[in-house]
Ligand binder design. Structure first.
Ligand code: NAD
Ligand code: SER
Length: 322
């Protein structure tokens, strides 16, 4: 029998794209989207959707049974910048959501879980260049602490209860179909929207703040590839390092200037600078390459090309419709 998949957090930056890709592979009837708020028109209109607060364990169980769910992609979370504004809520949501889903697998009600971690598990004492899989992890943000704790619990549930949980430490993600939800790497999406609409952008990170990033289609592909890999190939059950592109605000603005000649960037760093300064600049993902054949496809140039072409089309279509 074919697996039925529940995506929790389908209205977010990743969920709104992941649902559409999963439905292409598994069929509209087999991928159920869910979130605390309604999702995009594409997600809502072409497949089933449930309103779900993931901290509501009883409703989660009802939905899992109703749709005969065997896999959950858990994307609901509070990201780094927003988490600093409400530390109790961020800790509560990021941890309770994970336990609710891990416990469903422990009870053998579901078979497989995807749960994303982040480069935020690293901190100021971590080596910044080509950060290894196994290294110092002393995060100093509530988001990073919750992701590191989550990784330890994933590995614990795998070892003690045989729970098939798979995880990636996503870098900052950049896509044109959806907007980011309150992270430190959000500038790298906002810059494209502002460049196309206003020819100018004020970055909340300073010009030389290099961070690990990834184009969304690489990230979605990695997510589906790790979930579809044979059980025995997934040897790391905390979370895999994953690497795409590293750049800073000045480098991405130079690339955008190749498409938008009079584009101007200004810098006005805020509290997110401190978070960014605590994170690595580049990531060593050799275990993901070796274990499940991961390979990224996008660099700064081809990612920028795709972002600009697609966002220009999107804004043109929106203005034509008015
Ligand atoms: P997002 O903020 O865009 O989306 C999160 C979604 O969760 C939102 O649609 C929100 O409505 C939903 N949500 C919030 N509270 C909920 C609740 N109680 N019940 C159900 N849904 C709830 O986040 P995203 O960027 O799509 O990130 C998804 C996951 O990937 C998160 O775990 C995040 O930490 C991780 N991640 C994201 C990035 C990135 O750059 N986007 C990088 C590293 C890791
Ligand atoms: N993009 C995420 C953030 O900035 C990294 O996990 O919070």
């Amino acid at each position: 029998m074919q697996d039925n998949i529940l995506v929790v957090g389908s209205s977010g930056q990743i969920g709104s794209e992941l649902v559409l890709e999963l439905r292409k592979s598994y069929g509209e009837d087999h991928v159920i989207a869910s979130d605390i708020v309604e999702s995009s028109v594409e997600v809502m209109n072409f497949g089933q959707f449930e309103i779900l607060d993931i901290t509501d364990n009883e409703k989660l169980l009802r939905i899992v049974k109703k749709h005969n769910i065997s896999q959950i992609y858990l994307l609901a979370a509070i990201l780094s910048a927003n988490a600093e504004k409400n530390i109790n809520h961020a800790w509560d949501l990021n941890m309770r959501s994970l336990f609710n889903v891990l416990n469903l697998a422990k009870e053998k009600i579901i078979k497989k879980i995807f749960w994303p971690s982040s480069i935020a598990v690293f901190g100021p004492t971590t080596p910044k260049q080509l950060t290894p899989q196994y290294t110092v992890t002393e995060p100093n943000t509530v988001y990073g602490i919750s992701k590191l704790a989550g990784e330890r619990w994933c590995e614990y549930y795998f070892n003690k209860f045989n729970v098939d949980v798979r995880s990636i430490r996503y870098p900052g993600l950049i896509g044109w179909k959806s907007k980011p939800g309150g992270g430190t790497t959000d500038y790298a999406v906002e810059i494209f929207h502002q460049a196309i609409q206003n020819n100018t952008y004020t970055s909340f990170l300073s010009e030389k703040t290099t961070l690990p990033m990834m184009y969304m289609s690489d990230a979605i592909r990695a997510t589906i590839e790790i979930m579809e890999a044979p059980f025995e190939k997934i040897k790391i059950r905390s979370s895999y390092n994953l690497s795409g592109i590293s750049f800073n605000p000045r480098e991405i603005s130079n690339e955008i200037s190749n498409h938008i000649k009079d584009f101007k960037i200004n810098y006005s760093a805020d509290f997110r600078q401190g978070i960014a300064d605590s994170w690595p600049q580049s990531i060593d993902d050799s275990f993901a390459k070796e274990h499940w054949d991961w390979e990224s496809k996008y660099n700064l140039t081809n990612m920028t090309d795709e972002m600009i072409i697609n966002l220009k089309n999107k804004y043109k279509l929106a203005s034509d419709e008015k």
